[in-house]
Every structure is written in structure tokens, then in C-alpha cells.
Design a protein around this ligand. Structure first.
Ligand SMILES: [Zn+2]
Length: 189
């Protein structure tokens, strides 16, 4: 977890510095966070901290690429990310994060933004994310199956054999019945 200490910031100092903080985020970031949705990534992140009336506003900007499981085939796929998101930080007695406002102690306004940064990235992944058409591993499996499968219903007799009476057809048809009184054969007498 040692690498996550680089995301620990003093909000007063960051707000006073009037310049943005920068990080490069790679696989170890996601590994250290024990993240499950995103395990690989290559991103650049910046953070600007603004202070106003005892509270802070954090402005995150992240660009790069992550690897997430495809919705359709569950195999990893690369997803480009480009996002700007804001978080509010208040000072209070109970440091924490209620999902809307992050609270830090008034006398010690330090915050590790690693998890907040992860949330910013995770929220930037489109809800529906799939491989480009035809590149899913399920598509490949289907394609392979289609090429190796035997052609179905290759025997034409199968349909005719379905009715056991088919062979009797014609024997009882009146038109086809022989007419004994009208032999018109040209055979010799
Ligand atoms: Zn896929």
C-alpha cells in the first residue's frame, strides 16, 4: 500500500499552492486498491484544490485508458477515459465520505484521494461497454463453431419418411385407376 501514500495531500497546502497536482496511474494503483472492476490502466490524473469558507472543492481530471471486462463476452477490453469531476470536502468532527460530501478534520485537513480518484475513473467507464463488433471472444467461438459444425438436415429422405402413408398415395386415386373396358393398347391380337 506504500505507493498510495503519494495520494495523501494536505488540502490547505494544495489550495494555497495554486497549481495542480499530477499523478500517473498504472496497474499497481489498481492492485494496491484491491479494485475488482478495473485491474489495469494507464492514465494521467490531475487535481486542483480550491478553498472557500472552510470547505474545499476538488477538481479531478483524468485521461487515458483502462482495461475492463466486456459486457458481452467478459474478456478484457480497452476503454478510453476522459473525464472531469468535482468532489466537495467539508470540515467536521467525523472524517468520512457519505458519497456526496467528504469530511476531513478541521484541525488536520489531510486526505488520501486514491480511492476518490478510483471512483472518478470507474464512473467514467460507460455503463455499456463492449468490444467492437465481431471482436468479442464469444463471436470468435461462434464463428469457429459455425465452421466446424456439420450441415444440418442433409438427408432429403427424412421429410418423405415422416408419413408412413406416403407410399400408398396414388393407389386409391380414381383418375389413376386402370379402366378394364377400354384397353387401347396397340399390341398384336
Ligand atoms: Zn467482448
Amino acid at each position: 500500500m506504500e505507493t498510495l501514500t503519494r495520494f495523501e495531500i494536505d488540502l490547505n497546502q494544495a489550495a494555497g499552492a495554486d497549481k495542480e497536482l499530477r499523478w500517473h496511474i498504472g496497474d499497481t494503483f489498481f492492485g494496491d486498491l484491491d479494485a475488482t472492476l478495473i485491474e489495469h490502466g494507464d492514465l494521467d490524473a490531475t487535481l486542483r484544490v480550491y478553498r472557500a469558507a472552510g470547505a474545499y472543492r476538488l477538481e479531478f481530471a483524468v485521461t487515458g485508458e483502462v482495461s475492463v471486462p466486456c459486457d458481452r463476452c467478459l474478456e478484457p477490453m480497452r476503454q478510453a477515459i476522459g473525464t472531469r469531476q468535482t468532489r466537495r470536502v467539508a470540515c467536521g468532527d467525523m472524517p468520512g465520505d457519505d458519497g456526496d460530501v467528504i469530511t476531513v478534520a478541521a484541525d488536520d485537513p489531510t486526505l488520501n484521494v486514491a480511492w476518490h480518484l478510483y471512483e472518478v475513473i470507474a464512473l467514467a467507464v460507460p455503463i455499456h461497454h463492449v468490444h467492437p463488433e465481431g471482436q468479442c471472444s464469444s463471436d470468435m467461438a461462434e464463428l469457429l463453431a459455425r465452421h466446424t459444425a456439420q450441415p444440418a438436415a442433409a438427408t432429403p429422405a427424412a421429410g418423405a419418411a415422416a408419413s408412413p402413408f406416403a407410399a400408398l398415395q396414388g393407389l386409391f386415386a380414381p383418375d389413376a385407376a386402370p379402366q378394364p373396358g377400354h384397353h387401347t393398347d396397340n399390341s398384336n391380337t
